[in-house]
Design a protein around this ligand. Structure first.
Ligand SMILES: [Zn+2]
Length: 459
């Protein structure tokens, strides 16, 4: 049986026989009516309540046992430990909201009768209770694993309660697609989406591509995540998509010489091939620079306002809008760079960004932040897989900037201020970014030490 989540190892196959291997997300901005907007907030409120309920219950149990142990109780005498597995939390939540748990809430009605369980449970999609329980289980697991040293990366703290005014309103619906049935999350027209419980909601973007991929069995959604940011709701429909058509993957119309990508000293990105031909160039992107300048002004304006004043509220809102724009422009730019690279070139050579970020002038970092460099690399990894593009990572000690692309001389006296590479050996004069890009391009033919060979399919 094909699974819609792709969790198991068996490949996911759609009803048209397409192999679904690419995790893909469609994002839409909602244009809800006042009632739908309210309903979304109600769902987010339920999501928060369920998450907080689980965290409070688990920690009450842990604290209780801790206290009992300090009185010298042990083993059987202790209050039994609660299970925090996803299934346990989901089962408990079902009993709790329906009034079948010993600690179910009791509401008193006007005429003296009482109702056990959550009185508004049917107003909200049942998915919310389940997905919030799954989130709580995951947060608790991350905390425990981190505590025991079984989790890589930064230490994860005790899960915190989601406070109404400090957390971003969010909730998730399951959109599991069952073969032969109408998908629960689907377009309801060119600019409308249908969701379980929420009904038909107008969206700002065109839904055509998602609709077509659903109809042809090239996309199986499994979740729809709603987030309220900067005054509007966005929904991310995630799922698994089919491989690109082989013609889109074909390299026929691509530049056949390897292309080196130099990431910004003075320009964001410069792409050149082994013959010194500059294929693409991203200089300081105007809209992004403009938005960043506005961001600075908005920050200054905020600093001039008085705490608690109406002016401050307005300034905060304005700042939020500009932040959102900067974020979107950055995202767009990264996708533009990576998509262009993988669809126009047959071989892409990049430098080892982990090191590049540290030793270089931070020009690109200033525009895109260090996290964006990692994101750029991540996108390159999966997109080269999508389009069958060869990806080569130059080794981290390769002196792409200092080397002369004509004679190979290493120019140690080159400083970051030198915009033009001037070779003391052969007299070459070339834009330093272009010189570095050419050097990188030539690495496509070199054996690459210290780095894993390029993965042809990374999806
Ligand atoms: Zn030279």
């Amino acid at each position: 049986m094909p699974s819609a989540t792709g969790d198991d190892d068996t490949p996911l196959v759609s009803h048209t026989g397409a192999l679904l291997t690419r995790p893909v997300t469609f994002v839409f901005t909602l244009v809800p009516t006042a009632e739908q907007d309210q309903l979304c907030f109600q769902h987010a409120g339920a999501f928060r309540l369920v998450f907080n309920h689980h965290v409070a219950r688990v920690f009450a149990n842990l604290d209780q046992r801790e206290a009992e142990k300090s009185y010298g109780l042990e083993g059987e005498q202790l209050t039994p430990a609660l299970s925090w597995s996803k299934v346990s939390l989901i089962n408990h939540m079902n009993a709790w909201k329906n009034g079948h748990a010993p600690d179910s809430p009791v509401t008193e009605l006007a005429h003296g009768t009482t109702v056990r369980g959550l009185p508004w449970r049917d107003a909200v999609s049942a998915d919310v209770f389940e997905t919030a329980s799954v989130n709580a289980a995951q947060a608790l697991k991350n905390w425990r694993d981190s505590f025991r040293g079984e989790r890589k990366g930064k230490k994860v703290g005790r899960p915190r309660f989601k406070a109404k005014h400090r957390t971003t309103p969010t909730f998730r619906l399951r959109a599991k697609y069952t073969e032969g049935k109408t998908p629960p999350v689907r377009p309801a027209g060119p600019r409308a989406m249908r969701f379980p419980k929420l009904g038909e909601i107008r969206v700002a973007e065109h839904t055509g591509r998602l609709g077509k991929m659903l109809r042809t069995g090239r996309f199986h959604p499994y979740a729809a995540a709603f987030t309220y940011r900067n005054g509007r709701w966005q929904v991310a429909v995630t799922g698994m998509a089919a491989e690109h058509h082989h013609l889109r993957r074909s390299t026929r119309h691509r530049h056949d010489r390897p292309a080196g990508v130099d990431l910004g000293v003075h320009k964001l990105a410069v792409v050149a091939d082994t013959d010194g031909l500059v294929l693409h160039e991203w200089t300081g992107v105007k809209p992004l620079q403009h938005a960043q300048a506005r961001l600075k002004l908005a920050n200054q304006a905020l600093a001039r306002t008085k705490q608690g004043s109406n002016g401050r509220k307005k300034a905060v809102r304005r700042l939020g809008t500009i932040h959102a724009r900067v974020r979107q422009l950055r995202r767009h730019l990264l996708h533009d760079i990576t998509s262009t690279l993988v669809t126009r070139c047959s071989t892409v050579v990049i430098e080892d960004l982990n090191v590049a970020g540290m030793v270089r002038n931070r020009s690109l970092a200033r525009h895109l932040s260090d996290a964006a460099l990692g994101e750029l690399r991540r996108q390159l990894e999966y997109k080269t897989g999508w389009y069958g593009t060869r990806r080569v990572v130059a080794d981290r000690w390769f002196p792409s900037s200092k080397m002369c692309s004509r004679c190979g001389h290493i120019h140690d006296g080159l400083t970051l201020a030198d915009r033009v590479y001037q070779c003391p050996e052969c007299g070459l004069e070339l834009d330093r970014d272009v010189n570095a890009a050419i050097n990188l391009a030539t690495r496509a033919f070199e054996p690459v030490p210290d780095v894993a060979p390029p993965q042809p399919v990374a999806a």
